[in-house]
Ligand binder design. Structure first.
Ligand SMILES: Nc1ccn([C@@H]2O[C@H](COP(=O)(O)OP(=O)(O)OP(=O)(O)O)[C@@H](O)[C@H]2O)c(=O)n1
Ligand SMILES: C[C@](O)(CO)[C@H](O)COP(=O)(O)O
Length: 384
């Protein structure tokens, strides 16, 4: 299987932005700029790992920006963007990626569409970058502002990130480029003779370079949102035990539920519904049942993680609804506590969580009391 790692570079000092705190740590819609960029990659179903490159002085900022995303240790960057990327590539070599996506931490509005187009471009090329055509007339002028020439714009494109490459070739190209200065990774790849294709970028995928860019980004977040609705479904079979775990509460019963984690069927369905709202695959992709770390795990971790991804994208959970399907135990007496605990895990208001239960009138596997099923619907508002 192809392994793809996203490398998000955020070690710059933001000299054109100015101020005490580098731009990637500034607030954008209630969370640091970098948080938005990291969350977009953490949520993408084709990205297997995300690593950030930061300035060693910024560790405190990073810990806030990356909280709950389960990323690895950040990598220390260098004096230029090119140095930071090379150091990042050398550090992630141990992950043995086939593909790498290099992204500016200062581009918070990268979305799954752009990431997907870059990855599609890598099927037939050793590099792919998102870009937009230049529409304005281009002038070259000296320091006095006097025009020296009009530059033909035909065939000119504005390069964005993430820039995607076959990993071994890009690592070699970056190591060969030491001593030269290029402003993007496609330029480094071009020098090494790699074939790099342009794919469609996005006007939203702006880079925050100046304070005016941050103001525009904030205004975009304030626009009416993009409402997403998705469902989740899960089943666990009964096994020996004296309780089942539903919405993180131990409910006494004459059997337990079998599973790799704590088998919390309700939270698993809710987690999948939330991941569905951001097209982030399913719970098994983020927390594989083959991974011993999740053996017996508290499923609150999975739900909180899905909430963190939505939060990182600037999104808001509007409503959650789950139906637990079983003959026994009786869920009704626990509904209010289950809603309260679910809301608490996600940090949302209790009135945004609805817990329901039904039997199947003795029919099917739930009717035969072989297990419990749960189906959930989530409604999420994302910024446009
Ligand atoms: N030594 C550097 C310089 C830049 N970057 C990162 O590369 C991206 C694009 O660079 P740019 O917008 O130029 O950021 P800065 O270098 O911080 O800004 P400036 O050039 O204004 O100082 C940013 O996410 C930035 O943090 C980096 O990781 N290491
Ligand atoms: C990588 C980049 O964002 C593509 O547009 C750009 O080249 C970074 O350049 P900057 O001069 O560091 O802003």
């Amino acid at each position: 299987m192809t392994r793809c790692v996203a490398l998000v570079v955020a070690a710059g000092r933001g000299s054109r932005f100015g101020g005490e705190i580098p731009k990637q740590w500034r607030d954008l819609g209630g969370r640091p700029v970098l948080r938005h960029s990291l969350a977009a990659f953490a949520a993408h179903p084709s990205v297997d790992a995300v690593r950030a490159v930061i300035h060693p002085d910024d560790r405190g900022f990073y810990d806030t920006a990356a909280a709950g995303l389960h990323l690895g240790e950040p990598i220390a960057g260098g004096p230029t963007r090119q140095d930071s990327v090379r150091l990042g590539l050398e550090a992630i070599a141990e992950l043995k990626p086939d593909l790498v996506l290099i992204h500016d931490g200062a581009r918070p509005f990268v979305d799954g569409g752009v990431i997907g187009r870059v990855l599609a471009g890598l099927k037939d090329h050793s590099g792919a970058i998102p870009a937009l055509p230049v529409h304005d007339t281009l002038k070259r002028a000296g320091a006095t502002g006097l025009i020296e020439e009009t530059v033909p714009r035909a065939g000119l494109w504005r390069a964005q990130t993430p820039q995607g490459f076959h990993f071994p070739a890009l690592l070699a190209a970056h190591q060969a480029a030491i001593g030269h200065e290029w402003t993007d990774d496609a330029a480094v790849a071009e020098q090494a003779g790699m074939r790099v294709v342009l794919v469609k970028g996005s006007e939203d995928n702006l880079k925050i370079t100046t304070t005016e860019d941050l103001r525009r980004a904030g205004a975009r977040l304030a626009e009416p949102g993009d409402i997403r609705v998705a469902s989740g479904y899960d089943v666990h079979r009964f096994t020996d035990g004296d309780h089942v775990t539903l919405c993180n509460l131990a409910i006494p019963h004459d059997a337990g539920l079998e599973g790799h984690s704590d088998a919390d069927v309700a939270l698993h369905a809710l987690t999948d519904a939330l991941l569905g709202c951001i097209s982030a695959g399913d719970i098994g992709r983020h927390f594989p049942p083959t991974d011993p770390r999740w053996k017996g795990a508290d499923s609150a971790i999975f739900l909180a993680y899905a909430g963190t991804l939505i939060n990182g994208l600037g999104g808001e959970i509007v409503h959650l609804d789950v139906t637990v399907i079983c003959e026994r135990p009786k869920v009704g007496p626990h509904r209010a506590a289950m809603a309260a605990r679910t809301a608490e895990i996600l940090g949302i208001d209790e009135h945004r969580v609805s817990i329901k239960a039904t039997t199947t009138e003795g029919l099917g596997f739930t009717g035969r009391r072989e297990g419990i099923a749960a189906q959930a619907t989530a409604t999420v508002r994302l910024p446009r």
